[in-house]
Design a protein around this ligand. Structure first.
Ligand code: S3P
Length: 431
């Protein structure tokens, strides 16, 4: 356990800040560029450990690239008919790397072994193996569901598929495989998830159509070659949510987060903050972002009230639900999150980890099979919280130190770099 990297705030957070490039968009920008013959140029590429893992995985597959600060030049044209040796690819702790790469390699000639950190080796992969097998790929997993994932690429056929779980990673893996399949590929999502893959595919010349169906969507894509990508990645919506939460927690706060992704499939936490009573507004639209919308967001502290979050809200703030748990400790009333069973198979069991950590801080929190309940308002006493090697829990518990009366200790602070390098400095500049 280490003392949290921030201390109790003596006044509100003030000022303007930027967060690193979006992790989800950066993963996809690199992976899709790898498929596009020619050189793609990506500015604002995320420095997150998970995105560095994706670049290392592409290098292991023979891709050439240069990285200078946050500028990535990647020479695409992944040789999908490569030599027939087994190539082992380390996916670190990144589920997005493993699942999206599986989609790419399913249609590539050769044999591949996708492996990674023990944390990743406990996460379900059957959800991507199932549709990729249906498309014709030969995929082996441990106990039907767990990595390492052995992929023998094949000539694929397009399918129409409704995933069993609401997951952008599953949708993306199928679409990436569909690029090299015979015939069109269609993914039907009963509840729509983040749409970065669809936006980038459209921006890179793919024939893709997206139709909304109530809360869901239907994505249909023709196979085909991609054109190189020229993109400036906006600020990470999930990292911005961390700063927005800090501002909403500490009385007197008034901050602007500049140049952040305003993709509505990622801004669920901002809508929840508004519903809880915080002041949230868009105060600027930086120009030059055609593929992904970008905004400057102002967040002001105001007294918070409880909210209820249902299954159909969950995909738009799946990674921010631990933050909702912390916010709920400072809100009047009972906050309930349901339909979020996916939280149990993230980098940790986030329902168990969150509730245990909040309780150690003095909160009134309880697990549900598919979510959690937090009764507020409570004064947080401080305590020792286990992040379970999970970056999102490590950041959530660190933020608690801003408002707790006693010291907060958190294990696994180094894992914060998996998604938000510079977290401490970014917060520090506003304090
Ligand atoms: C991600 C999708 C989400 C999210 C993860 C990143 C992505 O996972 O939790 O951190 O980039 O597609 P699921 O798609 O499994 O819900």
């Amino acid at each position: 356990m280490t003392v949290a990297p921030v201390r109790r705030a003596t006044s509100g957070l003030q000022g303007r800040c930027r967060v690193p490039g979006d992790k989800s968009i950066s993963h996809r920008a690199a992976l899709l560029s790898a498929l596009a013959p020619g050189t793609s140029v990506i500015a604002g590429f995320s420095p997150a450990g998970d995105c560095r893992t994706t670049l290392a995985a592409l290098r292991a597959l023979g891709m050439q690239m240069t990285v200078s600060g946050d500028l990535l030049h990647l020479k695409g044209g992944l040789d999908r008919a490569g030599e027939k040796v087994t190539r082992e690819v380390d996916c670190g702790r990144s589920g997005t790397t493993m699942r999206l790469l599986a989609g790419i390699l399913a249609g590539s000639e050769g044999e591949f072994l996708l492996t990674g950190h023990p944390q990743l080796l406990g996460r379900p992969m059957g959800r991507v193996a199932k549709p990729l097998r249906e498309m014709g790929s030969d995929i082996g997993l441990l106990h039907h569901d767990l990595p390492p994932m052995r992929i023998r690429g094949a000539h694929l056929r397009g399918i129409t598929y409704t995933p069993d779980v609401s997951s952008a990673q599953v949708k993306s893996a199928i679409l990436l495989a569909g690029l090299s399949a015979a015939g069109p590929t269609t993914v039907v999502e009963p509840v729509a998830t983040r749409d970065h893959t669809e936006r980038l595919l459209a921006g890179m010349g793919s024939q893709i159509t997206v139709s909304r169906t109530g809360r869901g969507c239907r994505v249909r894509m023709e196979p085909g070659e991609l054109t190189p990508l020229h993109l400036t990645v906006p600020g990470d919506a999930s990292s911005a949510a961390v700063i927005a939460t800090a501002a909403a927690l500490v009385p007197g706060s008034d901050v602007v987060i500049e140049g952040v992704s305003a993709n509505p499939t990622r801004t669920g936490l901002l809508r929840v903050l508004s519903a809880m009573g915080a002041g949230v507004e868009s105060v600027g639209h930086p120009p030059g972002h055609e593929v992904e919308p970008v905004e400057d967001i102002r967040v002001r502290h105001r007294p918070l009230r409880a909210v209820r979050i249902e299954a159909e809200d969950v995909p738009f703030l799946i990674d921010e639900l631990p933050l909702v748990g912390l916010l709920a400790t400072q809100a009047t009333g009972t906050t309930e999150v349901v339909g979020a069973q996916e939280l149990r198979v993230k980098e940790s069991d986030r329902i168990r980890g969150l509730v245990e950590g909040l309780r150690r801080l003095g909160a009134d929190a309880e697990e549900l099979p598919d979510g959690f309940v937090v009764r507020g308002h409570t004064e947080l006493t401080g305590g020792a919280c286990d992040s379970l090697t999970d970056h999102r829990l490590a950041m959530t518990f660190s933020l608690a130190a801003l408002i707790a009366h006693g010291p907060v200790e958190v294990s696994g602070l180094k894992f914060i770099d998996d998604s938000f390098p510079g977290f401490t400095e970014c917060l520090g500049r506003l304090l």
